[in-house]
Design a protein around this ligand. Structure first.
Ligand code: NAD
Length: 411
């Protein structure tokens, strides 16, 4: 099943509950615009490289389109399409005034120098500057991109359209960014994980956690849960998994990764396991926070965690989702769980427009408020309609986008 088919599957399950007509489904599922561009750059060694970049603008009925930029060698149009659609439902679930979009370049960033990364980013903006902007489509970081990349995007866009920091979010703190943006997705995931732990009758102190992915999202979620007294017994990254039955010292692991090119290879505070073994550990909470599609019909029967929190986008395939739900595993879906990043991006964008800054405490408070309201709405709807949290989250998002679309008038 392609990634977009997986998202559409979840959409249709919720659309059935909402009794949406076929015509309305087609309208809501069809992207507004899909762009593929050529990015021709000279590498440091003088060789010419031609890359492919994408921007899919899925929906703008509730506001400017919003979504990350992924630089990863596996990026393709199918993946970008599915992630753009997820953004539409995600911004609607947390009820911020945005639509959905996503972009990416098929490139292995690990093989690029900083100068090459900058040239590629600026070239991408040269190709796209007319269709992105603070009132139309606002990119943000995702896998393989960071605050520095966002600063280059702002600078390059401003050369064409004049000064406007609101064209992109996730910028560096010293360059129109907001405190707390970098931690926001992981922190939001952590806040909702603790709520789920409580709802399922566990206490943090007796909750063992396994986290796949130790990048921006995984490491911040790990720190939040560690500080909340959970036992984070396993973490992993592209170099493999790291397990310690007594709980990993997460601040030490973060420091180690920071000192070793953001990787845990050789981390002394844990035993080495594989990424596959991590997913199958005997823990109370499993958190995929790296790639999509890692929990499949093949490994689902071996998953032992009663609770999965989707920190990554689309980590559970639909067939696995069905098998796990049947077995009574609770899944907190991506469009709710990892919405903290786009929420704080919204705060950053709003402040860029007002030239006014909040401090970190205020950002954290507002993040918690927005995430909590969305969580309670999804939880209540799931109980009321006797559906999974994923279906309830999609129902909430589709309802909001559908109403905005109809209210705007379709002629
Ligand atoms: P990142 O690039 O900072 O980190 C990715 C992590 O995954 C790294 O630790 C990397 O080593 C690891 N990884 C890569 N390939 C792997 C593999 N094959 N097996 C195991 N681990 C692997 O990315 P991120 O920003 O933390 O994003 C992680 C996920 O969260 C993605 O699915 C992304 O779409 C999603 N997400 C991110 C944000 C955000 O604000 N950054 C917001 C919402 C959702």
């Amino acid at each position: 099943m392609k990634s977009i088919e997986a998202v559409n599957h979840y959409f249709n399950r919720a659309a059935d509950e909402l009794e949406l007509t076929d015509n309305m489904r087609t309208l809501l599922l069809t992207a507004k615009r899909e762009v593929q561009v050529q990015i021709a750059v000279e590498m440091d060694n003088g060789e010419l490289q031609t890359l492919i970049g994408y921007r899919v603008q899925h929906d703008n009925s509730r506001g400017p389109m919003k979504g990350g930029l992924r630089f990863h060698h596996e990026v393709d149009l199918d993946e970008v399409r599915s992630l753009a659609s997820l953004m539409t439902w995600k911004t609607a679930v947390v009820n911020i005034p945005y639509g959905g979009a996503k972009g990416g370049i098929a490139v292995d960033v690990r093989k690029l120098s900083d100068r090459e990364l900058e040239r590629i980013t600026r070239k991408f903006v040269d190709e796209l500057h007319d269709i992105i902007g603070p009132d139309t489509d606002i990119p943000a970081p995702d896998m393989g991109t960071n605050a520095e990349v966002m600063a280059w995007i702002m600078n390059q866009h401003n050369k064409y359209h004049g000064f406007n920091p609101g064209v992109v979010t996730g910028k560096p703190m010293d360059h129109y960014g907001i405190p707390g943006r970098e931690e926001a997705t992981g922190r939001g995931v952590g806040i909702l994980s603790l709520k789920m732990v409580g709802r399922l009758g566990h206490r943090p102190q007796t909750t063992r956690v396994a986290i796949q992915g130790f990048g921006n999202v995984g490491s911040h979620a790990a720190r939040f849960l560690y500080e909340a007294d959970c036992q984070v017994v396993a973490v992993s990254d592209i170099s493999g998994g790291y397990f310690c039955a007594e709980g990993i010292n997460i601040p030490e692991a973060i420091q180690y990764a920071n000192e070793h090119k953001r990787q845990l290879e050789g981390f002394p505070g844990a035993d080495k396991i594989t990424n596959e073994e991590l997913l199958e550990l005997d823990v109370e909470l499993l958190m995929p926070a790296a790639l999509g599609g890692v929990i499949t019909a093949e490994n689902a029967p071996r998953i032992r965690a009663p609770l999965i929190v989707e920190a990554a986008n689309a980590p559970v395939r639909p067939d696995a989702d069905e098998m796990l739900t049947e077995r009574g595993v609770t899944i907190l879906p991506d469009i709710l769980a990892n919405a903290g990043g786009v929420t704080v991006s919204y705060f950053e964008w709003a402040q860029n427009r007002q030239f006014y800054s909040w401090n970190l405490d205020r950002v954290r408070q507002e993040l918690e408020r927005v995430m909590t309201v969305a969580f309670e709405e999804v939880w209540e709807l799931a109980r009321e309609r006797d559906v999974s949290l994923r279906t309830a989250a999609f129902m909430l998002g589709i309802g909001r986008v559908g109403r905005a679309t109809v209210l705007a008038g379709i002629t």
